[in-house]
Ligand binder design. Structure first.
Ligand code: HEC
Length: 165
């Protein structure tokens, strides 16, 4: 019997596996991690997207945008370095007697800047975490679900939000 090192199929198998891994890595960008500690970051702005907005289906509700220190600097100087993270924390908008309050969390949208890892989506990793969970719902579908719309935004590096001093 051949030992594993003598098996003539071994180099071929190795190459096939390696090529498959490279192709898989290309088509599926690495997962975007949950942005631990984002509530301690700089609050950039808040917004309300109501039912009459054309964006209500995907972005409706009351939202707050936070930037980590690298993203906070980039919002000011336009230099988006790897490691910048910006999030959009979105809640149901509850209205009663003319007041609008936060209801339950609908989603946490995350953009992570890493020009090499996420080169197929403009150097940004995109993910949406559902409600209060850490379950990403976009995964390998980021190009369609997030990137195409953000790519149309010419503002530095596909970010819609700007810094108001
Ligand atoms: C149809 C267009 C569209 C799609 C699709 C979209 N976004 Fe956005 N995104 C926006 C707009 C517009 C804003 C700015 C919202 C506001 O006015 O505060 C935004 C804001 C953001 C922000 C805050 C930073 C910024 O650019 O202002 C993050 C983070 C974000 N989106 C992530 C995502 C993720 C993750 C997905 C995919 C699940 C996604 N977006 C899909 C249009 C889109």
């Amino acid at each position: 019997m051949l030992s594993p090192t003598e098996n003539p199929m071994r180099p071929t198998l190795f190459i096939v596996t390696a090529v498959a891994a490279v192709l898989a890595a290309r088509s599926n960008p690495p997962a975007v991690p949950f942005p631990e500690g984002f509530r301690e970051w700089a609050h950039v702005k808040s917004g309300l997207i109501g039912p009459t907005s054309e964006r209500f289906a995907g972005l409706g509700g009351l939202h707050h945008v936070y930037a980590n220190p690298a993203a906070r600097r980039a919002l000011a100087d336009g230099q988006w370095t790897d490691g910048a993270i910006i999030v959009l924390d979105r809640f149901e908008a509850l209205e009663a007697n003319g007041d609008t309050k936060e209801g339950k969390r609908l989603s946490l949208d995350v953009m992570v800047r890493d020009s090499a890892r996420y080169s197929t989506t403009g150097g940004w990793g995109f993910e949406r975490f559902a409600g209060d969970t850490r379950n990403g719902v976009v995964g390998a579908n980021a190009a369609n679900a997030c990137f195409t719309c953000h790519a149309a935004q010419a503002n530095p590096r596909m970010v819609f939000t700007s810094w108001r001093p």
